[in-house]
Design a protein around this ligand. Sequence first.
Ligand code: SAH
Ligand code: SF4
Ligand code: F3S
Length: 483
Amino acid sequence: MYQEIDLDKIDISAEPPIEEPDRQYYYMRKCRERVREFEQKYGRLPKFCVVNMGCQMNARDSEKLTGILTQIGYIEEEKEARADFVIFNTCTVRENANMRVYGHLGQLSPVKKKRSQMKIALCGCMMQEPEVVEKLKKSYRLVDLIFGTHNIYKFAELLYTCLESERMVIDIWKDTDHIVEDLPSERKFSFKSGVNVMFGCNNFCSYCIVPYVRGRERSREPEAIIREIKRLVSDGVTEVMLLGQNVNSYGKTLANPCTFAKLLRKIEEIEGLERIRFMTSHPKDLSDELIEVMKNSRKICSHLHLPVQSGSTAILKKMNRKYTKEQYLNLVRKLREAVPDISLTTDIIVGFPGETEEDFEETLDVVRKVRYDSAFTFLYSKRTGTPAAAMQDQIPQDIVKRRFDRLLAEVQAISAQVCARHTGKVLPVLVESVNDHDPSLVTGRLSSNLLVHFPGDQSLIGTIVDVKLDECKGFYYLGTQSR
Ligand code: SAH
Ligand code: SF4
Ligand code: F3S
């Protein structure tokens, strides 16, 4: 495993190995030489800044980029403009995610003109779109390196090529069936970590670009996942978040198929691991076996993110979601029977093509019936290449905006009531940090994922403590440690 590899022992006078991850360690060693040269020239180590712009899966990828840069000898820098190597890990799920990238590049342009050693890289989902790469090639010559989601494991090699080259380096793959294990990664939190269980998505919801930019579904072997979690636990992690676009279809493509429920049972047995979370769950694949495992588990958190997208069966059909409003509500009922206090959260899209006032009312009806702890609400965004983008009846922006505001008001009013249901109880909280605004407080999370602030100090970070929930402030609690 990677911690045991001493980069300095790698012979870089030999040809690079063909096998992965050995090949990447070879290039890390070569990059380290460049870092030493930089240090001699500038009298300091080079600094890097990884800007994560996407979902939890992207965040996990960013930790892998950070891990490699740290191994090579770069120092982390928070400000993009002060870094010698800036990498944007992009998202393209909605149009505004793309706009942000161009905005950042625009700001860096004058900075880079003054700092010749600065290198700018772009990776992630947006780079899998050929029009984007064309646009960058034409109008954003300040970019030095572009790669996509499928070859991110080659980052060390690509970085080396970029450091050696004066020209824009571009390497995008259309797809891959490869999963490379055991590369370095640097966690943002010492006590919790995301763990990929699968990559890609085969669902092709008609509005969504993810299957096109993340490729086909690939699951990791259960043994590789367990090995990674055991290693994380021995390194101080108590909570894992299992990540995949649709974790409920985990394992179907493995040579020895394994269900997600079975994987959870195995993870539950890992000693020292206290909390298990996972996302995202697609309602169409959420099995009774999984509900049973959640019911009997001591470690799976009492929270499920279950994106509904719309409450209208007609719209759900056009979205290619493969469930009806009734099936979704039935699933919620089964979950609540099995895990009575479970917190449910969701994603909702407003203004999907053809959405009528009646369809929208159905969505409001689901929100009122389910009573979510919270919901991420999105304005429908047209993504070129998806089936929904070619649908005739796109909804005018002003109507979408008005529906969106109504939905948000409903979601927030319900959320404030639902979140307050624990007031007065004593519940375990995993402490995450000293409070940003008041250093006499610490901030942690309930099993339900709600935030709690209470008096405490740094020493509590990473521990699970019982806290009396004195007062609910809408989306968080104020509490006191219960002794
Ligand atoms: N795999 C996850 C979601 C990934 S994208 C799942 O299936 O639940 C996160 C959320 O972005 C989606 O749940 C959806 O609500 C939203 N989204 C995806 N494409 C969108 C689009 N074209 N316009 C608006 N919201 C979108
Ligand atoms: Fe997109 Fe649907 Fe796949 Fe989620 S399940 S990533 S919404 S296609
Ligand atoms: Fe965005 Fe890619 Fe995630 S498009 S939502 S970063 S999978």
